[in-house]
Design a binder for this molecule. Structure first.
Ligand code: ZN
Length: 199
């Protein structure tokens, strides 16, 4: 997978990504940096932004979405529970919910989407080609906060339990919304939240 990591330094050091497809399209995940950063990179790579996928709707994950959507017409996927509720969920209704069957195909890429409420009601984790984009649900050695508006410790427990049972290879990369990257195997061995020791 042709993956580009872009750190959005403001407001909260969010990990954001561009994935380039063989057909010359780009998929942005949680574009939260200055829109110009993505537009510039897309132009450099000579690709067209066609999709914006959000792991959740928190303000520190969506900063460039409206502008990018306006400039490129990209399709935006976000769970509606995570929109239209500023200041934490500032995104207006410009997106659509993920497909019910949890599968989204974009060119040669196949995304599997799992609903993982807990950090927010509309949180999802996305898997594609050996990489799990875990948003603010699963962090390296930790998990996302559940004490913010819309958060739920009970939902997070269920979501982490579900994630821990996914039949993903141990070498699957885990790319969270903040801080360090990890692997699924590493998290299954050492993350107390994923191991169920937190609840
Ligand atoms: Zn968040």
């Amino acid at each position: 997978m042709n993956l580009i990591h872009i750190t959005a330094s403001a407001p909260l050091f969010t990990n954001t990504f561009l994935i380039l497809t063989k057909a010359g399209h780009a998929v942005a995940i949680d574009p939260a940096a200055d829109p110009a950063v993505y537009l510039c990179r897309i132009e450099q790579e000579n690709v067209q932004l066609t999709h914006i996928l959000l792991t959740h709707g928190h303000y520190d994950h969506v900063g460039a979405v409206v502008e990018l959507q306006k400039k490129t017409g990209a399709a935006v996927y976000v769970q509606p529970e995570d929109t239209n509720n500023p200041p934490m969920f500032p995104l207006p209704s410009i997106g659509t919910a993920y497909p019910e069957d949890g599968i989204l195909r974009i060119d040669e890429l196949e995304f599997r989407i799992w609903r993982t409420p807990g950090h927010t009601p509309g949180s999802v984790c996305l898997y594609c080609d050996g990489v799990l984009f875990s948003g603010d649900t699963l962090f390296a050695g930790s998990c996302g906060r559940v004490d913010l508006p819309g958060g739920s410790a009970a939902d997070m427990r269920n979501s982490l339990s579900m994630l821990s049972k996914l039949p993903l290879p141990g070498g699957t990369k885990v790319l969270p919304g903040h801080e360090y990257f990890s692997t699924f195997g590493e998290e299954l061995r050492h993350n107390p939240y994923l191991l169920g020791e937190w609840y």
